[in-house]
Design a protein around this ligand. Structure first.
Ligand code: ARG
Length: 355
Protein backbone atom coordinates (compact mmCIF):
# COMPACT_ATOMS: atom_id res chain seq x y z
CA UNK A 1 0.00 0.00 0.00
CA UNK A 2 1.22 3.44 -0.87
CA UNK A 3 0.91 6.17 1.67
CA UNK A 4 -1.87 8.56 0.79
CA UNK A 5 0.55 11.49 0.95
CA UNK A 6 2.69 9.90 -1.77
CA UNK A 7 -0.40 9.15 -3.85
CA UNK A 8 -1.84 12.63 -3.51
CA UNK A 9 1.57 14.12 -4.34
CA UNK A 10 1.61 11.94 -7.44
CA UNK A 11 -1.90 12.98 -8.46
CA UNK A 12 -1.31 16.69 -8.01
CA UNK A 13 2.16 16.53 -9.60
CA UNK A 14 0.77 14.72 -12.60
CA UNK A 15 -2.10 17.20 -13.04
CA UNK A 16 0.17 20.20 -12.85
CA UNK A 17 2.64 18.70 -15.36
CA UNK A 18 -0.18 17.65 -17.69
CA UNK A 19 -1.54 21.18 -17.82
CA UNK A 20 1.91 22.78 -18.21
CA UNK A 21 3.74 23.54 -21.45
CA UNK A 22 6.67 21.32 -20.40
CA UNK A 23 8.62 19.76 -23.28
CA UNK A 24 9.86 16.89 -21.10
CA UNK A 25 9.69 13.27 -22.14
CA UNK A 26 7.72 12.34 -19.02
CA UNK A 27 5.05 14.83 -19.93
CA UNK A 28 4.93 13.20 -23.37
CA UNK A 29 4.79 9.58 -22.21
CA UNK A 30 3.23 9.62 -18.75
CA UNK A 31 -0.27 9.53 -20.21
CA UNK A 32 -3.33 9.13 -18.06
CA UNK A 33 -3.40 5.43 -18.85
CA UNK A 34 0.26 4.76 -18.03
CA UNK A 35 -0.04 6.91 -14.91
CA UNK A 36 -3.04 4.91 -13.72
CA UNK A 37 -1.25 1.64 -14.39
CA UNK A 38 1.89 2.59 -12.46
CA UNK A 39 0.82 4.85 -9.62
CA UNK A 40 0.23 2.00 -7.18
CA UNK A 41 3.38 0.01 -7.94
CA UNK A 42 6.52 -0.43 -5.87
CA UNK A 43 9.91 -2.08 -6.36
CA UNK A 44 11.12 -4.55 -3.75
CA UNK A 45 13.33 -1.72 -2.46
CA UNK A 46 10.15 0.26 -1.79
CA UNK A 47 10.58 2.78 -4.62
CA UNK A 48 7.42 4.26 -6.10
CA UNK A 49 6.54 6.09 -9.29
CA UNK A 50 6.93 9.34 -7.36
CA UNK A 51 10.57 8.46 -6.64
CA UNK A 52 11.09 8.09 -10.40
CA UNK A 53 9.33 11.21 -11.64
CA UNK A 54 9.48 13.76 -8.84
CA UNK A 55 12.41 15.57 -10.49
CA UNK A 56 10.38 16.10 -13.65
CA UNK A 57 7.32 17.04 -11.60
CA UNK A 58 9.27 19.73 -9.78
CA UNK A 59 11.26 20.89 -12.79
CA UNK A 60 8.97 21.41 -15.75
CA UNK A 61 11.97 22.57 -17.79
CA UNK A 62 13.43 19.04 -17.65
CA UNK A 63 14.31 17.52 -20.98
CA UNK A 64 13.57 14.05 -19.67
CA UNK A 65 12.35 14.21 -16.07
CA UNK A 66 12.81 10.65 -14.80
CA UNK A 67 15.45 8.67 -12.88
CA UNK A 68 15.58 5.10 -11.63
CA UNK A 69 15.79 5.13 -7.82
CA UNK A 70 16.95 1.51 -8.00
CA UNK A 71 17.81 -0.87 -10.83
CA UNK A 72 14.53 -2.73 -10.48
CA UNK A 73 12.59 0.43 -11.34
CA UNK A 74 13.56 -0.03 -15.00
CA UNK A 75 11.47 -3.22 -14.98
CA UNK A 76 8.64 -2.40 -12.56
CA UNK A 77 8.03 0.97 -14.23
CA UNK A 78 8.89 -0.21 -17.76
CA UNK A 79 5.71 1.27 -19.30
CA UNK A 80 7.15 4.75 -18.65
CA UNK A 81 10.89 4.02 -18.95
CA UNK A 82 10.65 2.05 -22.20
CA UNK A 83 9.08 4.73 -24.42
CA UNK A 84 11.42 7.36 -22.97
CA UNK A 85 14.42 5.13 -23.67
CA UNK A 86 13.18 4.50 -27.19
CA UNK A 87 12.67 8.21 -27.85
CA UNK A 88 15.95 9.44 -26.31
CA UNK A 89 18.15 6.70 -27.77
CA UNK A 90 16.59 6.98 -31.21
CA UNK A 91 14.64 3.79 -31.59
CA UNK A 92 15.96 1.42 -28.93
CA UNK A 93 12.82 -0.71 -28.61
CA UNK A 94 11.56 -2.71 -25.60
CA UNK A 95 12.43 -5.84 -27.57
CA UNK A 96 15.96 -4.63 -28.41
CA UNK A 97 19.01 -5.83 -26.56
CA UNK A 98 21.99 -3.54 -26.03
CA UNK A 99 25.09 -4.99 -27.76
CA UNK A 100 28.06 -6.32 -25.85
CA UNK A 101 30.79 -3.89 -24.89
CA UNK A 102 33.10 -3.19 -27.80
CA UNK A 103 35.72 -0.45 -27.69
CA UNK A 104 36.68 -1.16 -31.31
CA UNK A 105 40.05 -0.14 -32.70
CA UNK A 106 41.35 2.47 -30.28
CA UNK A 107 43.89 3.58 -32.86
CA UNK A 108 41.31 4.36 -35.53
CA UNK A 109 40.44 7.88 -34.39
CA UNK A 110 42.52 10.99 -34.91
CA UNK A 111 42.37 14.76 -34.54
CA UNK A 112 39.01 16.44 -35.18
CA UNK A 113 40.55 19.80 -35.94
CA UNK A 114 44.17 19.64 -37.06
CA UNK A 115 44.01 23.35 -37.99
CA UNK A 116 43.15 24.17 -34.36
CA UNK A 117 40.51 26.66 -35.43
CA UNK A 118 37.28 25.32 -33.97
CA UNK A 119 37.71 22.67 -31.29
CA UNK A 120 38.84 23.96 -27.93
CA UNK A 121 38.84 20.72 -26.01
CA UNK A 122 37.71 17.11 -26.28
CA UNK A 123 36.24 14.83 -23.64
CA UNK A 124 34.90 11.28 -23.48
CA UNK A 125 33.22 9.96 -20.37
CA UNK A 126 31.41 6.86 -19.29
CA UNK A 127 29.43 6.00 -16.17
CA UNK A 128 29.58 2.91 -14.00
CA UNK A 129 27.62 1.60 -11.03
CA UNK A 130 29.19 -0.61 -8.40
CA UNK A 131 27.66 -4.04 -7.94
CA UNK A 132 25.95 -4.39 -4.57
CA UNK A 133 24.94 -0.76 -4.07
CA UNK A 134 21.66 0.96 -4.96
CA UNK A 135 21.52 4.31 -6.76
CA UNK A 136 21.73 7.64 -4.92
CA UNK A 137 18.20 7.89 -3.44
CA UNK A 138 18.65 4.67 -1.47
CA UNK A 139 22.29 4.91 -0.41
CA UNK A 140 22.92 5.23 3.31
CA UNK A 141 25.52 7.59 4.74
CA UNK A 142 27.62 4.58 5.72
CA UNK A 143 27.48 3.23 2.17
CA UNK A 144 28.59 6.58 0.76
CA UNK A 145 31.66 6.50 2.99
CA UNK A 146 32.39 2.88 2.21
CA UNK A 147 32.14 3.48 -1.54
CA UNK A 148 34.41 6.49 -1.42
CA UNK A 149 36.95 4.43 0.47
CA UNK A 150 36.75 1.60 -2.07
CA UNK A 151 37.00 3.91 -5.04
CA UNK A 152 39.89 5.98 -3.72
CA UNK A 153 41.83 2.86 -2.73
CA UNK A 154 41.26 1.27 -6.14
CA UNK A 155 42.36 4.38 -8.01
CA UNK A 156 45.60 4.47 -6.03
CA UNK A 157 46.55 1.41 -8.06
CA UNK A 158 46.59 3.25 -11.39
CA UNK A 159 50.00 3.46 -13.00
CA UNK A 160 51.92 5.60 -15.47
CA UNK A 161 50.28 8.79 -16.67
CA UNK A 162 46.96 7.73 -15.14
CA UNK A 163 48.47 7.93 -11.69
CA UNK A 164 46.96 10.62 -9.50
CA UNK A 165 45.18 11.53 -6.34
CA UNK A 166 41.69 11.38 -4.88
CA UNK A 167 40.23 14.57 -3.38
CA UNK A 168 37.25 14.29 -1.07
CA UNK A 169 34.62 16.99 -1.45
CA UNK A 170 34.29 16.97 2.32
CA UNK A 171 36.83 19.47 3.54
CA UNK A 172 37.74 20.80 0.10
CA UNK A 173 38.10 24.58 0.20
CA UNK A 174 35.52 26.57 -1.77
CA UNK A 175 38.26 28.22 -3.82
CA UNK A 176 39.76 24.92 -4.91
CA UNK A 177 36.30 23.53 -5.61
CA UNK A 178 35.25 26.54 -7.70
CA UNK A 179 38.52 26.49 -9.66
CA UNK A 180 37.97 22.81 -10.53
CA UNK A 181 34.39 23.59 -11.62
CA UNK A 182 35.45 26.60 -13.72
CA UNK A 183 38.07 24.50 -15.48
CA UNK A 184 35.34 21.94 -16.26
CA UNK A 185 37.02 19.22 -14.20
CA UNK A 186 34.52 18.95 -11.36
CA UNK A 187 30.75 18.59 -11.19
CA UNK A 188 28.78 21.55 -9.94
CA UNK A 189 27.04 21.52 -6.60
CA UNK A 190 23.30 21.87 -6.01
CA UNK A 191 21.90 20.51 -9.28
CA UNK A 192 18.15 21.04 -8.77
CA UNK A 193 17.26 18.11 -11.05
CA UNK A 194 19.30 15.73 -8.92
CA UNK A 195 18.17 17.31 -5.66
CA UNK A 196 14.52 16.84 -6.56
CA UNK A 197 15.30 13.21 -7.40
CA UNK A 198 16.61 12.70 -3.87
CA UNK A 199 20.09 12.14 -5.26
CA UNK A 200 21.98 14.68 -3.14
CA UNK A 201 21.41 13.29 0.33
CA UNK A 202 24.33 13.52 2.81
CA UNK A 203 26.18 15.84 0.39
CA UNK A 204 29.20 16.17 0.35
CA UNK A 205 29.73 12.85 2.14
CA UNK A 206 31.10 10.18 -0.16
CA UNK A 207 31.56 12.59 -3.05
CA UNK A 208 34.95 13.22 -4.52
CA UNK A 209 37.15 13.59 -7.54
CA UNK A 210 40.27 11.78 -8.65
CA UNK A 211 42.59 13.25 -11.23
CA UNK A 212 45.96 12.41 -12.68
CA UNK A 213 48.75 14.98 -12.63
CA UNK A 214 47.89 16.43 -16.05
CA UNK A 215 44.15 16.51 -15.29
CA UNK A 216 43.56 14.47 -18.44
CA UNK A 217 42.02 11.54 -16.62
CA UNK A 218 39.39 12.11 -13.95
CA UNK A 219 36.93 10.11 -11.92
CA UNK A 220 33.87 11.52 -10.20
CA UNK A 221 32.66 9.58 -7.20
CA UNK A 222 28.97 9.59 -6.24
CA UNK A 223 27.75 12.61 -8.12
CA UNK A 224 24.84 11.46 -10.32
CA UNK A 225 26.28 7.97 -10.77
CA UNK A 226 28.56 5.93 -8.55
CA UNK A 227 31.39 6.53 -10.97
CA UNK A 228 32.01 8.75 -13.92
CA UNK A 229 35.29 8.03 -15.70
CA UNK A 230 36.47 10.93 -17.81
CA UNK A 231 39.28 11.48 -20.28
CA UNK A 232 39.82 15.00 -21.58
CA UNK A 233 42.40 17.36 -22.98
CA UNK A 234 42.77 20.64 -24.81
CA UNK A 235 42.46 20.53 -28.60
CA UNK A 236 40.76 18.04 -30.87
CA UNK A 237 42.78 14.87 -30.53
CA UNK A 238 39.92 12.47 -29.96
CA UNK A 239 42.18 9.49 -30.67
CA UNK A 240 44.38 10.24 -27.65
CA UNK A 241 41.41 11.01 -25.43
CA UNK A 242 39.58 7.81 -26.34
CA UNK A 243 42.61 5.57 -25.97
CA UNK A 244 43.29 6.96 -22.49
CA UNK A 245 39.71 6.33 -21.39
CA UNK A 246 39.70 2.76 -22.68
CA UNK A 247 42.98 1.97 -20.93
CA UNK A 248 41.71 3.40 -17.67
CA UNK A 249 38.29 1.71 -17.73
CA UNK A 250 39.84 -1.65 -18.58
CA UNK A 251 42.18 -1.25 -15.65
CA UNK A 252 39.61 -0.12 -13.06
CA UNK A 253 37.17 -2.80 -14.22
CA UNK A 254 39.55 -5.51 -13.15
CA UNK A 255 39.42 -4.35 -9.58
CA UNK A 256 35.88 -3.02 -9.16
CA UNK A 257 32.85 -5.07 -10.28
CA UNK A 258 30.42 -2.97 -12.35
CA UNK A 259 26.66 -3.47 -12.62
CA UNK A 260 25.55 -4.66 -16.04
CA UNK A 261 22.09 -5.55 -17.33
CA UNK A 262 21.47 -8.09 -20.03
CA UNK A 263 19.15 -5.85 -22.04
CA UNK A 264 20.06 -2.33 -20.89
CA UNK A 265 23.86 -2.56 -20.83
CA UNK A 266 25.68 -0.71 -18.06
CA UNK A 267 23.27 0.52 -15.42
CA UNK A 268 22.95 4.20 -14.57
CA UNK A 269 20.67 6.41 -12.49
CA UNK A 270 19.29 8.27 -15.52
CA UNK A 271 17.83 6.42 -18.51
CA UNK A 272 19.67 8.80 -20.87
CA UNK A 273 22.97 7.24 -19.82
CA UNK A 274 22.24 3.52 -20.08
CA UNK A 275 23.94 1.16 -22.51
CA UNK A 276 27.41 2.32 -23.41
CA UNK A 277 27.05 5.28 -21.01
CA UNK A 278 29.37 7.05 -23.44
CA UNK A 279 29.22 10.77 -23.91
CA UNK A 280 31.90 12.00 -26.30
CA UNK A 281 31.98 15.76 -26.57
CA UNK A 282 33.88 18.79 -27.73
CA UNK A 283 33.95 22.37 -26.63
CA UNK A 284 33.67 24.07 -29.97
CA UNK A 285 33.29 27.49 -31.58
CA UNK A 286 31.23 27.59 -34.75
CA UNK A 287 30.42 31.32 -34.94
CA UNK A 288 28.66 31.29 -38.31
CA UNK A 289 26.57 28.21 -37.69
CA UNK A 290 25.79 29.31 -34.14
CA UNK A 291 24.63 32.77 -35.22
CA UNK A 292 21.25 31.09 -35.18
CA UNK A 293 21.07 28.76 -32.17
CA UNK A 294 18.00 26.95 -33.48
CA UNK A 295 19.78 26.29 -36.76
CA UNK A 296 22.83 24.92 -34.94
CA UNK A 297 20.63 22.56 -32.96
CA UNK A 298 18.79 21.48 -36.04
CA UNK A 299 21.96 20.71 -38.00
CA UNK A 300 23.50 18.95 -34.99
CA UNK A 301 20.38 16.80 -34.56
CA UNK A 302 20.70 15.72 -38.16
CA UNK A 303 23.98 14.07 -37.19
CA UNK A 304 22.49 12.67 -33.95
CA UNK A 305 24.36 15.22 -31.87
CA UNK A 306 23.19 17.20 -28.85
CA UNK A 307 24.12 20.82 -28.15
CA UNK A 308 24.68 22.06 -24.61
CA UNK A 309 26.02 25.27 -23.08
CA UNK A 310 29.63 25.81 -22.04
CA UNK A 311 29.14 24.46 -18.53
CA UNK A 312 27.16 21.47 -19.68
CA UNK A 313 23.47 20.76 -19.66
CA UNK A 314 20.99 23.38 -18.52
CA UNK A 315 23.57 26.14 -19.09
CA UNK A 316 24.11 28.80 -21.76
CA UNK A 317 27.00 29.20 -24.14
CA UNK A 318 29.70 31.58 -22.91
CA UNK A 319 31.78 33.38 -25.52
CA UNK A 320 30.25 31.33 -28.31
CA UNK A 321 31.56 28.06 -26.90
CA UNK A 322 29.19 25.11 -27.20
CA UNK A 323 29.44 21.62 -25.77
CA UNK A 324 28.42 19.22 -28.52
CA UNK A 325 28.22 15.44 -28.08
CA UNK A 326 26.68 12.21 -29.29
CA UNK A 327 23.12 11.94 -27.97
CA UNK A 328 22.24 8.27 -27.95
CA UNK A 329 24.20 5.80 -25.88
CA UNK A 330 22.15 2.63 -26.34
CA UNK A 331 21.80 0.14 -29.14
CA UNK A 332 25.28 0.80 -30.48
CA UNK A 333 28.79 -0.05 -29.33
CA UNK A 334 31.17 2.18 -27.40
CA UNK A 335 33.21 2.72 -30.52
CA UNK A 336 30.15 3.58 -32.60
CA UNK A 337 28.97 6.11 -30.01
CA UNK A 338 32.31 7.92 -30.14
CA UNK A 339 32.42 7.62 -33.92
CA UNK A 340 28.99 9.24 -34.12
CA UNK A 341 30.42 12.33 -32.44
CA UNK A 342 33.57 12.16 -34.58
CA UNK A 343 31.63 12.06 -37.84
CA UNK A 344 29.05 14.64 -36.79
CA UNK A 345 31.62 17.18 -35.64
CA UNK A 346 33.61 16.67 -38.86
CA UNK A 347 30.44 17.53 -40.80
CA UNK A 348 29.65 20.59 -38.64
CA UNK A 349 33.16 21.95 -39.22
CA UNK A 350 32.74 21.37 -42.95
CA UNK A 351 29.48 23.29 -42.93
CA UNK A 352 30.97 26.12 -40.87
CA UNK A 353 33.78 26.49 -43.43
CA UNK A 354 31.30 26.79 -46.26
CA UNK A 355 29.25 29.54 -44.62
N1 ARG B 1 16.68 15.16 -15.40
C1 ARG B 1 17.32 16.14 -16.19
C2 ARG B 1 16.39 16.57 -17.30
O1 ARG B 1 15.44 15.88 -17.54
C3 ARG B 1 18.64 15.63 -16.77
C4 ARG B 1 18.50 14.58 -17.83
C5 ARG B 1 19.77 14.09 -18.50
N2 ARG B 1 20.97 14.47 -17.85
C6 ARG B 1 21.54 13.81 -16.88
N3 ARG B 1 22.58 14.35 -16.31
N4 ARG B 1 21.13 12.64 -16.50
O2 ARG B 1 16.59 17.60 -17.89
Amino acid sequence: MLYTSSLSKLESGWCSLASSDSKSLIKKYLTKGVFGELKGKKTSFGSTLLDCVQSGFENHDSGVGIYAPDAEAYTVFAPIFDPIIEDYHKGFKPTDKHPAKDWGDVNALGDLDAEKKYVISTRVRCARSLVGYPFNPLLTEAQYKEMEEKVSTTLKGLAGDLQGEFYRLTGMSKTVQQKLIDDHFLFKEGDRFLQAANASRFWPTGRGIFHNRDKTFLVWCNEEDHLRLISMQMGGNLGEVYKRLVTAVNDVEQRLPFAHHDRLGFLTFCPTNLGTTIRASVHIKLPKLAADKAKLEQVAAKYSLQVRGTRGEHTDAEGGVYDISNKRRMGLTEYQAVKEMNDGITELIKIEKQL
